[in-house]
Design a protein around this ligand. Sequence first.
Ligand SMILES: Nc1ncnc2c1ncn2[C@@H]1O[C@H](COP(=O)(O)OP(=O)(O)O)[C@@H](O)[C@H]1O
Ligand SMILES: [Mg+2]
Length: 292
Amino acid sequence: MTESAKILRDLEKEDIRILMAIEIGMRRSEYVTISNIRFYSRYPMEETLFRLKKVHKLDLTIRDSSQNEIAYTLNSKGYDMLALHALVEKNKISQLGPLIGKGKESDVYSCMDDEEHIYALKVYRIGRTSFKNIKRTRSFLGERSHFSWLYANRLAARKEFRALKKLYHLKLNTPKPVAVNRHMIMMSYLRGKELAYYQYIENPAKIFNRIIKEVKIIFRKANMIHGDLGEFNIVVDEKGNILIIDWLQWVSSTHPNARALLERDIVNVSNYFRKKYNVESNPSKIIQSFYK
Ligand SMILES: Nc1ncnc2c1ncn2[C@@H]1O[C@H](COP(=O)(O)OP(=O)(O)O)[C@@H](O)[C@H]1O
Ligand SMILES: [Mg+2]
């Protein structure tokens, strides 16, 4: 992201407007012709061409010259610029930090606000890496004919942000949502690492119980099931504080598969603590207690 921060500083408002014009055009088709970019930006042709040349040189776009008219599409770096620009303009972010995590379909960076508070910035990267990711996304993309990675990522960010907002009311150990823009979510950060990456933790039984207790409150009060709970989506710090992250695939407790998904979540966590720390538990009893 240090590279992104540098590019962002070099961009003028005209460059941002050209990128936004391509973004608008991408609602209709993946590549946007120069005349459409000109139309959406409302710049004269000369300015349009000048700006296109600049952003292309900065490696923010992909050019297609195989058709009659040259057309452009944003690459993920170009899309990053738009989201970062917006978050900076809204005074949410003032500095970008290093990569702190890489998930199945996201890159997570640290970032800072004016007051030097540190946050996590989750950047969705769906649909560009593997088919599996696309399939998972399709389920909530619905019947949209032209699959747009841009749209998929924006939708994912919005869905997770909404989940974080619902959860935040419960005042539990879930990330506080701070801002969302396009494919990026800014949220509170816990300085630690995934449960999976600890060789050993103090008081594993206590941590296990804390996780189950939270999952139960979330189920009962917010009617939400995580859906992908496990040692990779629980961040733990040195003091044993936890943060249950990665809420994209949450489902409501009224979902037809709710019970099976809840069971899988609980069994995952129970198995992990049993195998790694000899913490015994009875998943079916735990699940029963959720429905009482
Ligand atoms: N709020 C956060 N605080 C600390 N680390 C985080 C936070 N959110 C994400 N991470 C780190 O980034 C990684 C990927 O985030 P995650 O939300 O699980 O994305 P994915 O859906 O791609 O798995 C996590 O495993 C974790 O290491
Ligand atoms: Mg994850």
